[in-house]
Design a protein around this ligand. Structure first.
Ligand code: NAP
Ligand code: 8YV
Length: 324
């Protein structure tokens, strides 16, 4: 770091990966606050903070309360909780952590798919409860991956990594995005409902935000059909959870595997009570290896900005911003 880097003040609101916090403390002047609430900011913070590093929501009001803010380094590839459009208008760079988590999240998506279809967590519980010994073999699963056709909602970095894995399982892949991906060798559907009609297994890895809010609705689930399996490793906000619970309850679709929910960590009872929903607590990127790589990228973005004025992975809404 050039001379004076210790005068660069970075604020960490709320919890952040400990490796990121310790690297920020070594390279910069580190300040912390309980959560990203403008009411908690001290005069000293308002005077000196030029960077924020955070896992979670950063509102326009929080940015506005920090007049010297230049960069928000967000932990995670999805940044729907950060008002990046506002940041872009104000000249504040927002960075995220793409690529370093892609393969891990794709691995988890396939694990969740298999667990949902072949009921592996339920079969393990059956063994642990002594039922194998008492009652004999676990019942045959009514679902199988064999013969399935997989649709991916969000054929981006992670969607493509999921598609490669699905292909290796011998299953056909198609997808829906707003735009066709020219070099992707998969069938493109212009609408999500069109994709759901064409497949029996829908994997969502779409970002959150207004454009995808409750995109997976009753109509999409009806189109998926009674043999349908829905997997979500994207964002909970993209699903109408009440419609999903109803579809699982009344047989509109067969089963669902969910890593993400609309109001985390609160999972609705209507989903918790269902035997055909396989539920995970947002763990798709949650290995020591991958979370450390994400933490490094958060800090590397700060270092790149404050040394060279060029962040490594700015989000699209702020990619136009250059050194102040
Ligand atoms: P990405 O490369 O930006 O891919 C996102 C894809 O979604 C793009 O292909 C995009 O294509 C499509 N898309 C965006 N908005 C859309 C819309 N309104 N309608 C239809 N398609 C839309 O992002 P990524 O790295 O693959 O990550 C994807 C998401 O996964 C993240 O945003 C995050 O929410 C989620 N995620 C979850 C976990 C977890 O722990 N469960 C971990 C990592 C990521 P178009 O722009 O052409 O529409
Ligand atoms: C993280 C994620 O668990 O990258 C994302 O978009 O959802 C996950 O990898 C999350 O961002 C941590 O806060």
């Amino acid at each position: 770091m050039p001379d004076g880097a210790e005068d660069v003040t970075i604020l960490v609101p709320g919890k952040l990966h400990s490796h990121a916090v310790s690297r920020i403390g070594e390279r910069f002047r580190l300040m912390a606050v309980e959560r990203s609430d403008p009411a908690l900011l001290t005069d000293e913070m308002k005077r000196s903070v030029v960077g924020v590093a955070a896992s979670g929501a950063i509102s326009s009001a929080f940015m506005d309360a920090l007049p010297k803010l230049q960069i928000v380094a967000s932990f995670g590839v999805g940044y729907d909780a950060v008002d990046a459009a506002h940041a872009g208008r104000k000249g504040i760079v927002v960075t995220n952590t793409p690529d370093v988590l892609t393969e891990e999240v794709a691995d988890t998506a396939l694990g969740l798919l298999i667990n949902t279809v072949r009921e592996l967590p339920k079969a393990e519980n059956y063994l642990r409860e002594g039922r194998w010994r008492r009652e004999g073999a676990y019942p045959l699963t009514c679902a199988t991956l064999r013969g399935r056709s997989v649709g991916i909602f969000g054929m981006g970095r992670i969607g493509r990594a999921i598609a490669r894995r699905v292909e290796a399982f011998g299953l056909p892949v198609s997808y829906h995005n707003r735009r066709k991906v020219e070099d992707a060798p998969y069938a493109y559907h212009q609408t999500l409902v069109g994709l759901a009609e064409a497949v029996d297994t829908l994997i969502s890895v779409a970002p959150g935000g207004a454009a995808t809010e409750k995109a997976v609705n009753a109509e999409v689930l009806r189109a998926l059909g009674p043999n349908g399996v829905f997997i979500n490793v994207g964002r909970g906000s993209t699903v109408d959870e009440a419609a999903l619970a109803a579809a699982l309850r009344d047989g509109t679709i067969l089963a669902a595997g969910l890593d993400v929910f609309a109001d985390e960590p609160n999972v609705p009872d209507s989903l918790l009570s269902l035997g055909n929903a396989c539920l995970l607590p947002h763990v798709a990127s949650a290995s020591v290896h991958t979370r450390q790589a994400m933490a490094d990228l958060v800090v590397d973005n700060l270092v790149a900005w404050f040394t060279r004025g060029a962040p490594l992975t700015p989000v699209a809404e702020t990619a136009h911003l250059k050194e102040p």
